[in-house]
Structure formats: C-alpha cells, structure tokens
Design a protein around this ligand. Structure first.
Ligand code: GLA
Length: 691
C-alpha cells in the first residue's frame, strides 16, 4: 500500500491498481481501477478533468468510493443512517489511514454524532481480487438507525458506453447469463427472500460493450453474503458509472447501540484486462486460494438418491442403491430427504431430526457401515432452518418460527422458517447436528433451505429487523462450529437447487447444488452462468434418468455424463432401472471423469464455441480436458473443428485413448476434430497430454 502526501492511496494487486483520494471536502474519490500504475503515475490522476454535470450538484455522482448520504447527494447512497434526532445527512471528516501489508483502512468520523466509518481494502499477492468491508461504530451516546451499509462502492473508469452482465434466474433455471446496455439511472439487483436467491446472484460485471471471451476490459464485483442483499449500478447523467453493493434490503434497518459496531460482509472486486474468460478464471483462482475451506481436495464422485426414490426410502433400498453406485465408481453415497421421523412426504416431520424408526429401526449405523464397507463416504440430507407445522418441534415451540401476531403464517411446501436469529434456536440447531455427527460417521451433509422468509417478525424483540442479518450470521456460526469440531465433514449448500450460492456460504461449504433441474440440455446454460464466478469444483452436477423427470427430454447417457463432467460429477438416477449396458457405460464414464477431474476442478477454464458445437476446456500443467456437445446438426455440413487456447504452439499433445497426436499450433489455429456422432445430442470428452 502506498500513501501519498496529497491524501491519495494506491492498492496494488499483481497486475492491477486501485486508486482513491480525498478531495477538499474529505470525500473519497475512486480515481483508478485498472492496469498497474506507479506511484508517480497515480499521483497525477487528481489533475485529470472530471466528467462534471451541468448542475453544480452533479459533480460527485458515481465517482465516489465511499457514498454516505450527505448534502447534494441525490444519487445512490451506500451509507444511510438516521440519528436519534432524525438527521439523515452525514458530515464526515477523514480521521486517519491505517496501513499494513496489502491492507488499507481509511477512517472517517461524523462531525457531530460520533458515527465512525472504517472502509477497508485488502489485496493478495496471488490474485487481482480486492476485498472490501465497511465497519460502522457508534461512538455517540444515542442509538443510530442503520438503513444502508454497503460493503463497497466501486467506481468504474470513464468509458464511452457501458454494458452490464448479470446472472438472473429462477428455480430450475438459475444463473442465466445476460448482457444488456446499461441505462441511465439506478439499476438494482438483489434479494428480499432471506437467502441469496435463485433470481439474481450477487455478482455483476461491467464492460464498455466490446469485451469478448478473450479480449477487453471487465470490471466485476461479488458479495460474500447468503442473506438479503442489494446491488445498485448507477449511471449518472455525466456518463459515469459506479456499483454499490451490500447486505440487507429496503425497508429493513437495524439500530446500532452506543458503543456497538457493525461489520459488513466482504465485497470482492476484480479488474481483468483480457476478457470474460480471464475474468472468470481469476474469480476461480481467488475462490480456490482465498475462499474455499479445502481448495486442494478433489471433490468425490457422489451418488444422490433423491430422484431415484424421493420420499419412498428404506434401509434395504438405500443399501441396494449404494451397491450399484459403488460398482459404478461413485465415492460418496448421499441419502436425501425422507430418512427421519414422520417425514414420509413433505407435509410432516421437518424439525424432528431422528431416524424414522420404521425405516431405520437400528438407526443409521448399519447403512453407514455398509456404505463405508463399499469404499464410499456417507452423506446425509438435512434442512435445519425449517419446520413442518406437523412436527414435534413445532408443537413444542410454535414461537420458534418467524411470525407476526396478527398475520397468517404462510406456508410454502408445507413448511415455516425457523427464527435462527434467536440464540436458543441456533443453540438447538447446533446441538442436534453436533450429536448426529458425533454419533454417526457422517462424512458429508447436503444442507438444504427450501423456502424464502415471509411474515418475518420476531415478537418481543426490540430490534426485530436484525433477524435478516442475524439469521445468516448464526447460520455461519453453526456451520463454522460444526466444521471445527468435525474436521472430516464436508458440506454441500443447497436451497431448492442453486438458491444459496455465494462467496459467503462457500467460505464454509465445499460445493453447491447447482440446480434441481438435471436436464443436461438446460444445464449447459445454468453451468455456463455459474462458471462466470464460481469454479467447477463447487458445481454439483448429477447424471439422472432419461427421459428427464422434470423436462421429459431424453438425451443419450454419454451426453448427460459429458455435461455433468464439466463440474463435480455425480450420479442421481434410478440405477435399478438402468440397463446393465447403461450401468457399464456409466462406470466407464465415471472412470473417464476421474482421469480428468484434476483438470476440471483445478485447471484453467476456457469456454469453447464453434458453430453449433459448444463446450469447455480445462487446462493445467501441459494437460487439457475438452468437454463438448452439439444439440442438432444440419444435413450437408460437417461439425466444425474446435480451436483450443492456452496450448504451447511448439508442443505435441497425445490424445488419451485414441493415442492420436496433435500439434499445439494446429489445435490453436485450425482446431480439434471431435469426431462427434452424427445423431442429435452428440458429445465428446478429449484428454490431451503434452508429450
Ligand atoms: C430440495 C432439493 C432437492 C431435494 C429435495 C428434498 O428440493 O433441492 O435436491 O433434496 O429438496 O426434499
């Protein structure tokens, strides 16, 4: 971190610099977010003319790095409070800069009310991602209402035009990649549901409209938070753009007591100069280096029983499926919903976390032992934040759910949300999970969360809106404690598929359930979107039956496998119903995946596209895996060759299996012949090893 006498600071990453400076009113301006600058170069930035509006009040819209509501601030304000006397404007004075290696904290204090803000920047030696947080401390004598406390406002450099890339979606169709010209005004993305949400992932990218996969500047930001959130992209009339992001949603606010401190979640930002694929790869590297708890591990090939059995499970049936899964090469057997109390359908039992005595008269022990003897790890589905009204738990603690005295308790999937913001509920949740994990050799939990909040009240609590953030904080605390006390435990984050995918949950889980939609064709787009931010090693992908139970589409087994092999491959079909030939071919494809999974999970991802043929390439240390697919083919045209990138043009690459030898230069300039079958839904996996 370099300080400058004129109150200017430079945050350096390996190939980028981020520059902020105070103006004469102690406003923090974002001066640069782009290629590396020397200290001397950065120091010249304040001399550049600014894009000023015609009106005197427009001068600081979308150019500030810290955006408190204050006089003449009519645009997006990332920090909004209400003091005890009703005042809403902040008058901040810069207090000090605290600098450490690759860290900078700038401290501001309100002139009268004693509210202290600390905006913090953290860089890494091996990543261009910058992490930011904001801390609010009430140093006054009266409570302060905090309406908005964004983790960061990122000022995007001035360009002729701007394009927004977002990941939108819904259940069964998460993380859909969408690019659109940025309009003037404020564009809001967010979640008011209590969780990250299927509808929008807390990440956006901005470019000038000309970036492509392999070229162009891309600015992006991601929020590491699994509760409600809001991201505002502001394009001021001057043409300037800034992105402000933080947890919480309107109209929720919390009260900060005298002496109390509030620290926001991390907002991470990245400038990438070589296109969307490089930007995505940088996010993946960051996730592996600084987010995931066990980045070095390869995720096992799982079998999950949900689509095969749904609620109709028995100890014998699960054991038989486990045997088939083991024979196919699966390494983790996950028993899904339906194993506990009266949970034989979705109308009862959630909250009563003891094995169903009819289905598992001797507990889970015998099944777990059997699975372990088959050489697999054992995983279990849980949904700890929920309760069915028809349960012992709800009958004993009807006040443990979010509710309001004079409103109905709206159910979704016959369930209500437990008030995890309550300390006693968090304690209860930790206790039963800890006991379950202590008594049974469980290696993996699929942690589900199947409905959003509604009537989110907390009767009797003085500051009830706190539930929105406390729920997520207590979720994190329970996960952290369980992980610390059960070090071999690995966790999958699920919320009806991909409803809780973000860098906050990924700090304490190992993978996510990408989508309940297991149709391989639909999955291509869902996975493409997820891969803009999150690495393949968190992207759970099952191969299920044909026709697909959701879409009724039938696609070949190889196609289903090849699409799932682009993430963390798992099997989720009814293996009893598969033919002997399908099971044998499945075993071959699982073995194929194990040969390339170090590349998929730890390699550099590059998207592939050649006409109707699409796919993805993962490369690491002279090895490359190509996974490609084509839906339909036109008569009279052969499938195009697929050009590969990132190879050594002087090197030769041997294709595993066929032993064909390819030249790097030819693969790059002409492409690889995938030899796809002529039929619809053709697919291929090619593993190239440098000679
Ligand atoms: C959710 C999950 C599914 C499955 C069911 C079980 O829908 O997303 O994968 O676990 O719950 O009820």
């Amino acid at each position: 971190m370099r300080a400058h006498p004129t109150r200017l600071w430079v945050i350096d990453t390996p190939s980028t610099s981020y520059v902020v400076a105070l103006d004469e009113h102690d406003r923090l301006r974002g001066l640069h977010w782009g290629p590396r600058l020397t200290r001397e170069q950065a120091a010249s930035l304040p001399e550049l003319p600014e894009a000023v509006g015609r009106s005197v009040t427009d001068g600081c819209d979308a150019v500030l790095d810290l955006t408190p509501a204050s006089a003449f601030r009519y645009g997006a304000n990332g920090v909004q409070v209400r003091f005890a006397d009703g005042a809403r404007e902040l008058e901040l004075a810069f207090t000090e800069a605290v600098e450490a290696e690759r860290e900078l904290t700038l401290v501001f204090t309100d002139a009268h009310y004693g509210l202290e803000l600390r905006t913090r920047y953290r860089a890494f030696a091996d990543s261009d991602v910058i992490e930011r947080t904001l801390t609010l401390r009430n140093r006054g004598a009266e409570p302060i209402e905090v309406i908005r406390a964004d983790s960061a406002s990122w000022v995007v450099p001035e360009r002729e035009d701007y394009r927004l890339t977002q990941l939108y979606g819904e259940w069964g169709a998460e993380t859909r990649l969408h690019r659109t010209t940025l309009p003037f005004g404020e564009t809001h993305l967010g979640s008011r549901r209590g969780i990250t949400g299927h509808q929008s992932n807390p990440w956006v990218a901005i470019d000038d409209g000309t970036a492509g996969e392999a070229h162009g500047e891309v600015w992006s930001t991601a929020l590491a938070w699994s509760g409600t959130w809001r991201l505002t992209v502001e394009k001021a009339p001057t043409g300037r753009v800034a992105v402000s992001v933080g947890s919480g949603h309107d109209p929720v606010s919390v009260s900060l007591a005298p002496g109390e401190e509030l620290e926001t979640p991390v907002a991470a930002g990245l400038y990438a100069s070589e296109g969307f694929a490089a930007s995505a790869a940088a996010w993946h590297d960051y996730a592996r280096a600084h987010v995931l708890p066990h980045p070095e591990e390869l995720r096992p090939v799982a079998y999950n029983s949900w689509e095969a059995t749904e609620f109709d499970i028995s100890a014998e049936g699960q054991a038989a499926l486990a045997e088939r899964a083991a024979a196919m090469g699966c390494e983790l057997f996950v028993m899904d919903d339906g194993w506990f109390s009266s949970r034989v359908h979705d109308r009862a039992g959630l909250g009563d976390w003891h094995p169903n005595p009819d289905r598992f008269p001797d507990g889970l022990g015998p099944l777990i032992k059997h699975v372990h003897e088959l050489g697999m790890r054992f995983g279990l589905w849980v949904e700890p934040e929920m309760v069915n009204p028809d349960s012992e738990l709800y009958r004993a603690h009807p006040d443990w759910v979010y509710h309001r005295p004079h409103r109905r308790r709206s159910e979704m999937r016959h369930q209500l949300v437990l008030n995890l913001a309550r300390a006693d509920v968090a304690e209860w949740m930790h206790a039963w999970l800890d006991e379950l994990l202590s008594r049974n050799e469980i290696d993996f939990l699929k942690w589900d969360m199947n409905r959003p909040f509604s009537e989110a009240g907390w009767p009797g609590e003085a500051d009830p809106d706190r539930l929105w953030s406390e729920h997520t904080r207590n979720l994190y605390r329970v996960l952290d404690r369980l992980r610390a006390d059960h070090p071999r435990l690995r966790i999958e984050s699920c919320a009806s598929g991909g409803g809780r995918v973000d860098f906050g949950i990924l700090r304490r889980t190992d993978q996510v359930w990408t989508s309940d939609n297991t149709d391989a064709v639909d999955r291509i787009a869902i996975q493409e979107g997820l891969a803009q931010v999150y690495p393949a090693k968190v992207m759970g992908a099952w191969v299920t039956d044909a026709p697909n139970p959701f879409t009724r589409r039938s696609v070949p087994l190889d196609f289903r496998f090849h699409v799932a092999m682009a993430g963390v491959l798992a099997v989720g079909g009814d293996l009893d119903a598969w033919t002997e030939g399908e099971r044998e071919r499945g075993a071959e494809l699982v073995a194929d995946y194990k040969r390339i999974r170090h590349l998929v999970q730890h390699g550099r991802r590059r998207p592939l596209r050649a006409g109707a043929v699409k796919g993805v390439q993962y490369g690491l240390d002279g090895e490359t895996a190509v996974l490609a697919w084509r839906l339909g083919r036109r008569l009279g045209y052969r499938d195009p060759l697929v050009k590969l990138a990132g190879l050594d043009p002087a090197a030769r690459y041997r294709e595993r299996g066929t032993e064909r030898v390819h030249h790097g230069a030819v693969l790059a300039s002409h492409g690889l012949d995938l030899r796809l079958r002529l039929d619809d839904y053709a697919s291929a996996m090619v593993h190239l090893v440098e000679e």
